[in-house]
Design a protein around this ligand. Structure first.
Ligand SMILES: [Zn+2]
Ligand SMILES: [Zn+2]
Ligand SMILES: [Zn+2]
Ligand SMILES: [Zn+2]
Length: 371
């Protein structure tokens, strides 16, 4: 369920026990709001329509999908002039009347497509894999068609990703809660909303996803939902909440994957960046001292993540308000060493290299100012 607020008073609703309209399953905080919605909120007129549309969640998803397609179509109308869909080869969709969109890495005249065609393709490919019991790798690959362009192999982004998120959710919302497709669909919806900068919606979907995963006892799913929430918190400037979430994710990864797993190390790295951002440099340093040796051992000294961890460690040294001269010296030598490796492994133009170089300049300046 993603309709987690009372439509009348916006109170947060419990997952399973909320009062609901017996006909259309619209959920309320209590009988008073339900009555009010019926008498003054127009529910008397809508109830039958919602019921016919498959109930409150389905009706909502279908409506949001149509809105999202409309937004995407409008935005791409100019770019798409004179182009045709690479799936159905028409300019205007034969049944839906839709125009073309493009939200991947395709360029020049490639990659224009109808959202309906993408949705149809994803649906058919995935259902075929399920029906024929094709193995897990094939199923995953087919599922990718919900979020990744088959021409350029890059993920759809922005308003196209948002429309695909609603499409996927509306397709699988009616499945049992523990169904693979439904679990992945809510994740895709959250990511799509976030990609289109609908952060408030992404937040409520992320929260619904988290409570769903908790209910299902799905440890991996809980961590994925928490990661989405942390990203959204960071995007809306709630850094403290993001960091709290990052701590939970890191602890969760240690428990689920162990200390020596790459996903755990990645979670530690994210947590440390967050700590630096809110100026909890001591904690960031302590964490990095613990995990960098593990990363060197498991991933190697030349690895992107290992280098990133050393970079954040130097940042924590440098940004600490109580940094000593020795701390600043250690930050400079750490960055000098990591930038040398980054340049050799990834080249001088790589964002990792240029990012470290920038902080190396800062830390040299800070050291010079103190000396
Ligand atoms: Zn209410
Ligand atoms: Zn109703
Ligand atoms: Zn088409
Ligand atoms: Zn593409």
């Amino acid at each position: 369920m993603i309709l987690t607020q009372c439509p009348v008073c916006a109170a947060q609703l419990p997952d399973l026990t909320a009062k609901q309209c017996s006909r259309c399953k619209t959920r309320y905080c209590g009988p008073a709001c339900q009555k009010k919605h019926w008498e003054e909120g127009g529910h008397a007129n809508l109830c039958k329509k919602i019921k016919k549309g498959g109930g409150a969640e389905q009706y909502h998803a279908d409506k949001k999908y149509v809105e999202a397609v409309g937004v995407a179509m409008m935005a791409y109308a100019e770019d798409a002039r004179g182009q045709t869909c690479y799936i159905c080869t028409e300019a205007v969709h034969r049944h839906t009347g839709e125009g073309l969109v493009r939200g991947c890495a395709c360029h020049t005249t490639e990659g224009f497509v109808h959202i309906s065609c993408l949705v149809e393709q994803a649906k058919i490919l995935w259902e075929e894999a399920m029906e024929n019991n094709l193995g897990e790798p094939v199923r995953r690959e087919r599922w990718d068609r919900w979020h990744t362009c088959s021409l350029c192999e890059q993920r759809h982004h922005g308003i196209v990703a948002c429309a695909l998120g609603w499409a996927c959710w509306k397709t699988y919302v009616g499945r049992p809660e523990a169904h693979f497709a439904r679990i992945n669909a809510i994740n895709l919806l959250g990511n799509g909303l976030s990609s289109a900068s609908h952060h408030e919606d992404a937040l409520s979907v992320g929260e619904a996803q988290l409570s769903m995963m908790r209910r299902l006892g799905n440890a991996e799913g809980i961590l994925i939902a928490q990661t989405n929430l942390s990203n959204t918190y960071a995007k809306i400037g709630k850094s403290e909440q993001a960091v709290e979430m990052d701590r939970d994710i890191y602890c969760g990864r240690v428990k689920l994957n162990g200390e020596e797993d790459e996903t755990t190390l990645r979670a530690a790295n994210n947590y440390a960046w967050g700590l630096c951002k809110v100026r909890h440099c001591e904690e960031a340093k302590a964490l990095m001292r613990k995990v960098i040796p593990v990363a060197r051992c498991i991933l190697g000294a030349d690895n992107h993540l290992t280098l990133t961890m050393r970079w954040v460690y130097a940042k924590a040294l440098c940004d600490d308000t109580g940094a000593t001269l020795d701390d600043l010296r250690e930050a400079v030598t750490t960055l000098e060493d990591t930038v040398r490796v980054a340049r050799r492994v990834f080249g001088g133009a790589h964002p990792l290299t240029t990012g470290i170089e920038r902080d190396l300049r800062h830390s040299r300046d800070a050291l010079a100012a103190r000396g």
